[in-house]
Structures are given as structure tokens and as C-alpha cells.
Design a protein around this ligand. Sequence first.
Ligand SMILES: Cc1ncc(COP(=O)(O)O)c(C=O)c1O
Length: 479
Amino acid sequence: MDQRKTPVLDAIEQFRRDDRYTFALPGHRLGLTLDDRAASVLSRGAFEADVITAKAAVSEAEELMADAIGAKQAVFTTCGSTVSMHTAMLTVTGPGRKILVDRNVHKSVVASLILAGAEPVWLRPRWDAENQIAHPAAADDVAEALRLHPDISAVLMITPTEYGTGADVRSIARLAHRHGVPLLVDEAWGAHFPFHPDLPTSAIHAGADLVVQSLHKADGGLCQASMILLCGDLVDPVDLRLRLDLLTTTSPSALLYGSIDAFRRRMVADGPQLLDDTLRRVNHLRVRLGKLSDLTVMDELIVGHDSVAEWDPLKLSVDVSRLGLSGYQVKDWMEERRRITVQLGDARRVVCSLTYSDTDIALERLAEGFENLVAEPPAPDRPAPAVPPLEELNLEQAMNPREAYFAPTEQVTDPTGRVAAEMISPYPPGVPAILPGERFNEAVVDYLRAGLAAGMTIPDSADPSLRTFRVVRHERAIG
Ligand SMILES: Cc1ncc(COP(=O)(O)O)c(C=O)c1O
């Protein structure tokens, strides 16, 4: 196919070239209603490109995307990878059906389980005690779970994690296929992986059947631009389309589709060179930061550590604990003192998501930020919460997530031993520490309360102060 084409961008332009007036939505009439204040902040161009009829060009743009990356089919979505995930999950599983799921999932997966009414069989992520970080589950864990639960309908992995460590997708795909079930991969950070050999193997090339990617996380799309990629014969494309139709908006934004179209064209034309340059710049940055003895910068040596099969070099994970500081404090310090926003701060590290948009100037600024931090570290202003070993956070799934979510609930100050009716997801990365149907233990309650006091962001708890927790009033046993 001619990868120079951009059907959505062309359709937007064509609409503006034709002498048309529309009495259909959207009512802003390509921005006619904008006042100067809105125009100066949002730009008239954004409204002029909000041409809803351009969605007619999306199927051709999807074909071009599938062709560019070697997928059987690509489906663009406009409500973030959250809705892509709901769509993918509702396609491969349903009420009462078992699905094998990496417990290290983003909250959108838990919401999908609730919507689907499916029964999770959890794969426990591997706890790296040395780095105090969870890596994706290993292929051996998948093999064992499939042996114990022959009635599993699909396997779901999240890879790479927000820290940049990736699963052995190829082996896991082989296991799932031998079992006759599809592998769904949440690859939200990896839409550029197919365009450079020194990045993690893209899940679609490693044999996954359904892959969810965000275009806005590490790539050139506008926020909420996402896609689902389909390969193989284990997933019915018609089911996928019907599930998306069930969940998505009927008024998608042409801006989002256009940004996906533009991303694909740019990647095919210039991606290998852009990513080559970026990897070289990031390598220099890593070497420079590696000279700061109070910092530990994650590098390729992480591969082979426990279950880590791949590593994303564009995730800059910097352990700051030797400075006596938490990642929460350093995140705030970077924001306040250097005007630099990092992707994530946790109990002991900060993670920056680097992309091909980051120039030498930007990376110099980041390097200086870290050098300045090490030269004149702030006094610790809060205790870092002790992260309990993962085994202590492996909670019993006492009820089905959907059942617990819709059960009569109450708020209690001491939830230990009770079944959660809510999901509580420190963000980022947005992995629930507890989810509906899991039984609270003391470790998770202490961890969340101490984390909140140390600056952890918790956007989804029923009581934002964590003084109380939402639990099921009358517990019902699973099954
Ligand atoms: C791994 C992962 N999956 C899914 C999502 C959901 O993506 P979105 O914010 O585009 O809805 C996120 C968001 O942070 C994520 O990190």
C-alpha cells in the first residue's frame, strides 16, 4: 500500500475545500462560535479539523496501519486504551468465563472484568526483591496456570510495565495457542516498537492475537487516541467490531483519528531514523547519569533478571533511594525546582518516559536536573513508605469482581479481613493494590495509608482520605 497516503487528513482538508455548510453536529461549526480567549488557548485549527464526516476515511487509514506493522487488522479507538481494553476483553471472554490475567494490570483491565462478569485467574507478577519492583509473569507461570485451569478462555499480559520491563510474549503466545486460546497484550506504551529493531519485540510480531496500544503515551497521537491490533484466527473480527460499537462514542473526534493517521505515515517514512537518533541520545543520557554514584539507573542488565525477557530503553527508571529520598519527593522536587514533569514517582524511584520528540536540549535539561538533585539534594520531607514484599500484597480473591462491585456495601475504618467493593490504584502506574472481591489484609491497608501520607496519588478510592474503605456488607463465597 502507498504509505504516504493519509486518508483522514485528506478527508478533513477536502471538507474544508468543498464549499459546504453543515446543519449537523458538531454545533461549533468548525470554530465559528469560539471567542478570542478560547481560540488563543485551544487554537482555531483544532476546531477547524473537528470534521465528523472524516470518520468515513477511517477504514482506509486502519488498513494502512495494519499494512505498516504487519497486523491482520487495526481498529482505531478514541476513548483511550481504557475502552480498547474493555472492547478486547469483552471480545475474548464473558460472563462466568475464566481468563488468565497478569495481576500487574492497569485498572482498565479490572473494569473490563467487572463489565464482562468474567472470572480472573491471576498470574502473580514476579517480585524483584533487589530492585523492589514487579516484573511481568513468566512463561512457566502461564504454562502452570493453563495446566491447572484447562477451561481458561484467554490469556492477558501487560508488557512492558511502566518501568520498562517486558514479558516473553513469544513463548506465552505459543503456550496460549497450544491451548487453543488467544493471547491479549496490553502494550499501551509500545506503538512505536514495530519501527525499530532495538526496541522490545512488538507483541503483534511475537504472536499475540489482540494488542492494545495507546498512541498518546509514548507516540505522536493526541490524548485518547488508541488502537486494537488483530492477528491470527482465534479472535472473530466481527465480535470485536460489535463490542466496540457497544462501548464507544457515536461522535468520535476526527482530530484523534487524524493524529493516528499522521503518526503512521511519519513512522513509516522517518521512524527508523528518528528512533535511531533517540536511542543514541538516550544512551548518552544514561551513561551521564550512571556517573552519579547516588543514583541507580536501570539498564539492559535487567534483561534475564527473573522473568524479564525484554527491556524498553526509552523508559528512564532512576532509583533515588541512596539520596535518602523517595521517588514521590523527587517527582515533586523536579516539578517545583526544575519545572520538569516525570511520568512516575514511587517509593524509591522516578521514571521518565522518553520519546522521539525529546530533543538534545530537553535531555540536557533533564540531565542537569538530576545532577543538580545529586549535588544539592533537598532534606527528606516525608518518610518513604515501606513497600511490603509482593507476597504480602497477593490478596485472596474471595468473590468475583463483578459480584463484589455490585454487592451492598459499607464504609469501614478497619477493613482487614473484609472483602473490597472498590478498586484502589496508586497512580501512575494505575495498577490496583486491591480490587473488588479481594480480601483486605493489614499489609495492603498500611501500604496504602503510608503511601498516601508520602505523596502517592490515589484517584479512585471511595474515600480519598483512606480513613475508611468500601467493603462488601455480606460476603458470598466464590463459585
Ligand atoms: C498499561 C496501561 N494500559 C492501559 C492504560 C489505559 O490507557 P488510557 O489512559 O489511554 O485509557 C494505561 C494508562 O495509563 C496503561 O498504563
